[in-house]
Design a protein around this ligand. Sequence first.
Ligand code: GLV
Length: 309
Amino acid sequence: MAQHFEVSSNQGDEAWTPLQLIQKLQGTQGVFTTGGERIDAALLAACPDLKICANMAVGYNNFDLEAMTCAGVLATNAPEVLTETTADFGFALMMATARRLMEAEHFLRAGLWTRWRYDLFAGADIHGSTLGILGMGRIGQGIAKRGALGFGMKVIYHNRSRLDVATEIDCRASYVSKQELLKTADHLVLVLPYSPESHHAIGAPELAQMKPTATLVNIARGGIVDDCALALALRNKTIAAAGLDVFEGEPAVHPDLLRLPNVVLTPHIASATLPTRLAMANLAADNLIGFLKQGKALTPLNPEVLLKR
Ligand code: GLV
């Protein structure tokens, strides 16, 4: 981007506070955001020169899209390029959770392995079990195919809208109600976008409907799961285990989750392979360059802003 623009950036380990972000963005025309920076009406009002915010993430719940459209500011995200990498990770986290990989590794590293036992870290099977997916976009579909084709899983899903029949057949997935999904899944993976409607989509009442042997994986967004209710459910063995890549209020993690053995915790890395992270970064940069130099963007979220120019 430095070949095209005068660039200032935050290369430090500390994210800018909302006030610092406003101060840094005053007088700038574009911003490259990594997904955590809130772009809202207050920031837009304080930064009237801003024309585009390019998210290096497929999720864009950090954007107040309505306020951006109102202010004539283009929003872009980074879809497609991360789909398969993220689906790989969802599967990896589900397997690590079901097979108690981290618990077993910590046990071994701590020098506690003195004798082989038949039930040592016995977990749950993946193959032949029922995979539940809440949120059946591109990433959910990628996970469904891995489960059905690679592991012989029965795949059920729930989504705001049902997929067309051809896509259901392609994914070997059957549509069920949310209640049925909760009751039936052996392994439930969350891949839905965060919105006020999906806030705490999995809380105490939903966890209570799941099987005591079930696992829950969240690679979507913090806030979709009520982390406090989940910690309680894991402690009480309402469900067997969880794998979490995203958290309410991250990078802070609910202290109870940190203390529990039956949860695998990762720092929001589902799309983290170098080629994919580079592709996401390049897409965000191309959106900025394309828009500010030629009025075009590859992945606009509010294309009406483009039309109004
Ligand atoms: C990561 O969480 C993304 O939305 O790309």
